[in-house]
Design a protein around this ligand. Structure first.
Ligand code: NDP
Ligand code: MG
Length: 383
């Protein structure tokens, strides 16, 4: 379980908790928060608990003393978690830092449930090619992609006309640009439908999340950018649709609770029984739809352009966005600066054709440096 202490990690462990006899938890991985990780490792009787940050190791070791659970730290130890003989991996680290362990899990032919969209955006082509070569099964956790997967399975891929990616529109769906310029971190963290980690919640507010998901869908399902449509659907009940050439559209519906797509991945190819997640459409009453507005949400246009450019450009889009979102969460730049930073960075850097994961990593590093200086420039104005 990569990202065990996060929002997706905890939802996954909630499903394990509901039927503990069905699972054996081998390894739990977090970034730096040793105390909650140790508590989960003890509760689920994991064999190994890993913090990526070596500075958190003494605390983790102390918290696990006497438990018989192995404690480890550092990037090599994170890889060790997927090298251990496991048959199912949850990739739910936030950010492109999750790329290396996800790639390693795929290389080793594991069944990998991928929530970590940043790694798919940065290196989707390489990840999917690795999975194909090793026979690893990739299961999409992101609710929209999980919906598409469910609407695609058992159907003729050649008959797919387009993918319809639904979007709640986030907390600022109806706000104009002048109002968006003044939104606070707290307002941006207040998502109307979903409870998620901070980074993806900000991405939902800028709609960069939908842009990242567009690229994610392209890699997961091999559908070109022009045939992936974004549809605003404020209720987040239809998680996405697949339109077939005969005029049929297949959708997956459910309550906005990540336990539903995660359960699909845990149960695959079967279906688990999950308590308390049944959708009551009579209670929902109505479902609404609208076209997205790329003028108010430039992240949508930036992501489309990045996907069309291809090569390392999506990795640059992602890296610049990660830097900009962190800066916004630290209150160094304003809300509208997030997409503006990404756009500035993409204008400054040339794209390239990545051959290896090291090419992606290098591009990621260079982009972050350029993005940080763009953030510093704007932070000076913002202050
Ligand atoms: P959270 O911020 O809640 O959790 C992030 C997890 O990653 C934590 O366990 C954190 O550990 C760990 N982590 C952070 N940095 C590192 C690192 N350098 N090495 C190893 N682990 C690290 O995020 P979410 O659970 O919300 O999201 C996880 C991923 O899933 C993201 O890519 C997101 O876009 C995607 N996703 C999330 C959804 C959701 O509903 N939350 C829905 C769809 C996709 P620590 O606690 O120590 O910081
Ligand atoms: Mg999603």
């Amino acid at each position: 379980m990569l990202g065990a202490t996060g929002s997706v990690g905890r939802s996954t462990l909630a499903l394990v908790r509901a039927d503990p006899a069905a699972y054996r938890v081998t390894a739990l991985v977090a970034g730096s928060r040793a105390a909650p990780l140790a508590a989960l490792a003890r509760e689920f009787d994991a064999r190994l608990a890993v913090v990526a940050d070596p500075a958190a190791y003494p605390e983790l070791r102390a918290a696990l003393a006497g438990s018989g659970i192995e404690a480890a730290a550092g990037t090599e130890a994170v890889l060790e978690a997927v090298i251990r003989p496991v048959d199912w991996v949850m990739s739910a680290i936030v950010g492109a830092v999750g790329l290396a362990p996800t790639l390693e899990a795929l290389r080793r032919g594991r069944m990998v449930a991928i929530a970590n969209k940043e790694c798919l955006v940065s290196a989707g082509g390489l990840l999917l090619a690795t999975a194909k070569a090793s026979g690893a099964v990739v299961l999409p956790v992101d609710s929209e992609h999980n919906a598409m997967f469910q609407a695609l399975v058992g159907h003729d891929r050649a008959a797919v006309e387009r993918l319809i990616l639904t979007a709640s529109g986030g907390p600022f769906r109806t706000l104009d640009r002048a109002a968006m310029a003044k939104v606070t971190v707290e307002e941006a963290l207040n998502h109307p439908n979903w409870s998620m980690g901070a980074k993806i919640t900000i991405d939902s507010a800028t709609m960069m999340n939908k842009g990242l998901e567009l690229i994610e869908a392209h890699h997961l399902f091999g559908v070109p950018e022009a045939r992936i449509e974004i549809l605003i659907h404020p209720q987040s009940v239809i998680h996405s649709l697949v339109a077939y050439r005969d005029g049929s559209q297949l959708a997956q519906l459910g309550v906005p609770d990540m336990r539903v797509p995660i359960a699909f991945c845990l149960g695959w190819p079967g279906r688990l029984a999950v308590e308390g997640v049944q959708l009551d459409l009579a209670k929902v009453g109505r479902l609404e739809f609208a076209a997205p507005d790329a003028e108010r949400f430039p992240a949508l246009r930036l992501a489309r352009d990045a996907l069309r450019s291809g090569g390392t450009v999506p990795a640059m889009l992602n890296a610049a966005n990660e830097v900009a979102v962190s800066a916004f969460l630290e209150r160094r730049i304003g809300f509208l600066d997030i997409a503006a930073v990404v756009e500035q960075v993409l204008m400054q850097l040339p794209g390239d054709e990545p051959r290896t994961i090291d090419d992606i990593r290098e591009c990621d590093g260079v982009t972050r440096r350029v993005a940080r200086s763009e953030v510093a420039r704007r932070a000076a104005q913002h202050a």
